[in-house]
Design a binder for this molecule. Structure first.
Ligand code: 5AD
Ligand code: SF4
Length: 417
């Protein structure tokens, strides 16, 4: 038997990139490649890059730089650089800086990755079209329902690198989801930059969710990331009626100051955001909400920052990702207005507030009942996305109710009921 060739895929950035990497892995598998975690054993390397913040771009660039040595030892090896930083910097620039890179495919052209493969490796052998399990975690599968973003948040580079929103047809989404369930997925995560803005013909986001929920075998449905502007009543009704729709929503707020939200062009106020999560929680008692914050946006005063700090408690977020503002354009008005030390100090204060609040939110769950999707006999994830441990008795791949008896670090402990 000839040994199969191997591809090593390095993914930076968000779930959209992870989903794209799964598609890329599938394209390699159709050619008989398997995935390897070991760069030394690889015959091809893919770097899927991110540019959402400068640090993400820098990380991807230094990763590409480190591949020089690999290429020297693997003269026939192929290097593919894809994703958002590839889109932003362009193939000419990247190949100029890193002549050992074979192909550059930007995020906008990711659907033509197959063409890059054909260019480097020749046509796809017909017999290799397989129906294989493509997921690293057999339980959870990502399904992309839209690409790009049509909003214009002032700090964000995504619309420039990924282009305006384009929605996949319900038929395409359902086929992708059904294939992944058939391959073993129990939980589907629908993906898009403003995922709840989905609209295709007459099909709204809520209607698409209903259609996915109707697929046999699906235990839980999640989505990521929604935008506060696009939740409608149809969605709230569905959330109230359908327990398989996860009791967890990641809803980026970015700032707790109305002035900063306005400058960011987010389209909502602090009050409107809080009212919205109040409505969602009324529809789904116990709903966990997590968020994203940016600190140090240009012009952010001490008072603006205090408003953000206060929102952590008021929003009762189970989790929050906090980022230092990173300028993505050269426009002078988009430059940071506080120094690095102050930026760092605000970030640390916010992280401490988030940590303390997460502990409170986790502890509130003690004595409550959580629906858990088990990955092993002793470990699973609650509908609210909390990690849950039991002593024994979980059935991998199925859901069961667990009484929470304690909380430690980021995990709930409990027993099956
Ligand atoms: N600087 C810092 N954080 C940013 N994000 C997006 N753009 C920037 C930027 N220029 C954060 C937002 C978003 C998350 C994915 O990344 O919080 O929700
Ligand atoms: Fe960027 Fe705003 Fe679109 Fe999110 S909604 S991708 S932050 S422009």
């Amino acid at each position: 038997m000839p040994t199969t060739k191997k591809v090593h895929i390095i993914t930076f950035g968000c779930q959209m990139n992870e989903a794209d990497s799964e598609g890329i892995a599938a394209a390699f598998r159709r050619r008989g490649y398997s995935l390897t975690d070991d760069l030394k054993k690889a015959d091809a390397v893919v770097v899927n890059t991110c540019t959402v913040r400068q640090r993400a771009e820098d990380k991807a660039i230094s990763q590409i730089g480190r591949l020089r040595v690999w290429k020297e030892k693997h003269a026939d090896g192929k290097i593919f650089v894809v994703g958002c930083a590839a889109q932003k910097l362009g193939g000419k620039n990247l190949k100029g800086r890193f002549p050992f890179v074979d192909e550059v495919v930007g995020a906008k052209a990711i659907e033509s990755f197959e063409d890059a493969l054909v260019a480097q490796l020749g046509p796809t052998p017909e017999s290799e079209t397989a129906h294989q399990n493509l997921f690293r975690s057999p339980q959870t599968a990502y399904v992309t329902i839209m690409r790009g973003c049509s909003l214009k948040c002032s700090y964000c580079i995504v619309p420039a690198v990924r282009g305006p929103a384009v929605f996949l047809s319900p038929a395409a989404v359902l086929k992708d989801a059904a294939d992944k369930i058939a391959a073993g997925a129990k939980e589907i995560v629908l993906l898009g930059q403003t995922v709840n803005s989905y609209k295709h013909g007459q099909t709204t986001f809520a209607e698409l969710l209903k259609e996915v929920l109707a697929l046999p075998g699906l235990r839980r449905l999640r989505f990521m990331s929604p935008h506060p502007l696009y939740f409608d009543e149809g969605f709230t009704r569905l959330l109230a009626a359908e327990p398989r729709l996860a009791r967890y929503i990641h809803l980026p707020v970015q700032s707790g100051s109305d002035r900063i939200l306005g400058l960011m062009r987010r389209g909502y106020t602090r009050r409107a955001y809080l009212d919205l999560i109040g409505r969602l929680r009324a529809a789904a008692p116990g709903l966990a909400v997590s968020t994203d914050f940016i600190v140090g946006y240009p012009g952010e005063t001490e008072q603006d920052f205090e408003d953000t700090l206060a929102l952590v408690r008021e929003g009762r977020f189970s989790l929050a990702y906090c980022f230092k503002y990173s300028p993505r354009s050269d426009k002078p008005e988009m430059a940071a207005t506080i120094g690095e030390a102050e930026m760092e100090a605000r970030l640390e204060k916010l992280l401490a507030a988030v940590k303390e609040n997460s502990r409170l939110v986790l502890n509130e769950r003690i004595g409550k009942i959580e629906e858990v999707l088990f990955e092993t006999q002793t470990y699973g994830r609650a509908s609210g996305n909390f990690a849950v441990r039991v002593k024994a008795g979980g059935a991998p791949g199925s859901t069961a109710k667990v009484l929470v008896t304690g909380a430690a670090k980021n995990t709930l402990n409990g027993k099956l009921i």
